[in-house]
Design a protein around this ligand. Structure first.
Ligand SMILES: *[C@@H]1O[C@H](CO)[C@@H](O)[C@H](O)[C@H]1NC(C)=O
Length: 301
């Protein structure tokens, strides 16, 4: 906004006002989190709803169908936060999946999955990382709070050095880049954010022993405060690439080189010691010919 009239101070003030107003018009919509702007409902025939002017999204599941949404953007690295409030009460048999994924047979994927339970029994937070189409890297946790009573923040930090899963800012899992020992790392396939609520009572609940109680339907999970500090991928260029026309100065992308400091590692070890219930890296029965190589490159001990 340029003041091209002779600038006495009244003119200056009115120019300033025009500048502030136009700046807010440009800046605010792109800063505010808005599900209409960032996501598409992809399935569920009306069971997924965007509410409160785009500030809230709910997914629901009944006997006929679940529902889901996906991000409009594709991302190649980022720090992505979402607040979720999970299905309350008897949620046994329901799965709320929240994940990043690329497409195709050699896809990459970073997963949070929440396995519901009977009233009063704990949810399981299931995590996995796929690189080049290969997963089998499950780690599961209980949470140190009731994830159905309120919203909590679930975050994925994804950069070329590592992938960190966090809950309310506490890291629970790190998957380090182990390319130097021959393990592919997700770093060249852009991913979208996906989430869905579906029924999996054939396997999710103690091997199918507990069935979904449809008298409790519809089951509902809620989402708010989505935040992506991320490199947006579009027409084969990244918004973080300084050569990109849509480049947002690279210096803002501090998370592109973020790694866990010793304090965060200590907190992660506390979670893993007290709340981890399954770790593929210690499942010797499953890998009799030797644990996967990345298991030797970890902060666990
Ligand atoms: C459900 O609660 C039981 C009993 O506490 C627990 O063993 C199980 O891991 C919980 N989660 C699921 C998904 O079954």
């Amino acid at each position: 906004m340029v003041c091209n009239r002779p600038c006495n101070w009244i003119n200056f003030l009115s120019c300033l006002l025009v500048f502030i107003i136009s700046y807010s018009l440009i800046a605010i919509p792109s800063l505010a989190n808005n599900f209409f702007q960032d996501f598409d409902v992809t399935w569920g025939g009306g069971r997924a709803k965007i509410l409160n002017n785009g500030q809230l999204l709910t997914l629901s599941l009944d006997k006929a169908s679940g529902s889901g949404f996906q991000s409009k953007n594709e991302y190649l690295f980022g720090k992505i936060d979402m607040q979720l409030k999970l299905v309350p009460g008897n949620s046994a048999g329901t799965i709320t999946a929240y994940y990043l994924s690329s497409q195709g047979p050699t896809h990459d994927e970073i997963d949070f999955e929440f396995l519901g339970n009977l009233s009063g029994d704990p949810y399981i937070l299931h995590t996995n990382v796929f690189s080049q189409g290969k997963g089998n890297r499950e780690q599961q946790f209980y949470l140190w709070f009731d994830p159905t009573a309120d919203f909590h923040t679930y975050s994925i930090l994804w950069n070329p050095q590592n992938i960190v899963f966090s809950v309310d800012g506490t890291p629970i899992r790190e998957f380090k880049n182990s390319e130097s020992i021959g393990v592919p790392f997700p770093k060249s396939q852009p991913m979208r954010i996906y989430s869905s609520l579906w029924n999996a009572d054939d396997w999710a609940t103690r091997g199918g022993l507990v069935k979904t109680d449809w008298t409790q339907a519809p089951f509902t999970a809620s989402y708010r405060n989505f935040k992506a500090d991320a490199c947006i991928w579009s027409s084969s260029t990244s918004s973080c690439d300084s050569k990109s026309p849509s480049s947002t100065s690279n210096t803002n992308a501090w998370w592109l080189s973020e790694e866990l400091d010793s304090k965060s590692q200590e907190r992660m070890r506390w979670v893993q010691k007290n709340y981890m219930i399954y770790n593929y890296c210690t499942d010797i029965k499953r890998f009799p010919q030797g644990l996967p190589p990345e298991c030797s490159n970890t902060n666990m001990s």
